[in-house]
Design a protein around this ligand. Structure first.
Ligand code: C5P
Length: 225
């Protein structure tokens, strides 16, 4: 199969309170982004990796990406713009499938990625890793208005895997219409395209706050044992 991976890595990490983007924080002896790219490169079916990085980013070029097949493209204003730029860079030689994975999720399990890929390829439709919501979820502003029944709620993770052409078109038209797009699946749902929910490990966290980083350091150490 022809499958390219896209890694949005152009965020500034403002919620981390750092003066450099959060993907350059270290977990052990490697940066978060190096861990993420190393995970993806261990997946046999991934032929190439496109990373969307901000033009002002002076850190990326110093990463140790020796033998990885990684190409840099410019990031955009929001995550979806970064993904779209990466997708457009593949236009001249389009892959059949594209797998999008957040730079900020270095803990992803390779077996989960394999599972997502086979599930989508076998069904011939796109899908995402997701896990069931564990907490009781409230809707409201300063006071709870009501409790959202959680039996049908899932937390969206990445990777998210879709047919390349359909994702490109859906994302383009969603952004043209000014829709709120926080993941690839939201653009696909909007275009009435199927999105399979493939159960993934809940420790595939997105590192956003300093607490997440501390937890990620602990989890990575466990993973590497
Ligand atoms: O900010 P958040 O944690 O939701 O970002 C998710 C992923 O999207 C991160 O890996 C981040 O680097 C990336 N991103 C991007 N371009 C932006 C904003 C975020 O590639 N403009």
């Amino acid at each position: 199969i022809s499958l390219a991976a896209v890694v949005p890595a152009a965020g500034v990490g403002s919620r981390m309170g750092l003066n450099h983007p959060k993907q350059y924080l270290k977990i052990g002896d490697k940066t978060i982004l190096e861990h993420t790219l190393s995970k993806l490169s261990q997946v046999d079916t991934i032929n190439q990796i496109i990373v969307a990085v901000s033009d002002e980013d002076g850190y990326f070029e110093n990463l140790n990406l020796d033998n990885l097949n990684v190409t840099r493209v410019s990031g955009g204003k929001e995550r979806a713009d970064s993904v779209l730029n990466a997708l457009k860079s593949l236009r001249s030689n389009p892959p059949e499938w594209v797998l999008v994975h957040d730079a900020a999720r270095p803990l992803v399990d390779i077996a989960d990625i394999d599972n997502l890929i086979s599930s989508c390829i076998n069904a011939g439709e796109g899908g995402i890793l997701a896990c069931r919501v564990k907490d009781t979820i409230k809707k409201g502003n300063t006071h709870s208005e009501h409790t959202v029944p959680r039996d049908q709620l899932w937390q969206a993770l990445t990777p998210q895997l879709f047919p390349y052409q359909v994702l490109l078109q859906s994302l383009e038209s969603a952004l043209e219409d000014g829709a709120l797009i926080t993941d690839e699946a939201s653009a696909m749902e909007r275009a009435n395209q199927p999105v399979q929910l493939v159960c993934g490990r809940s420790d595939n966290i997105k590192i956003t706050t300093p607490e997440d980083h501390a937890l990620a350091c602990f989890l990575m150490e466990q993973q590497q044992k």
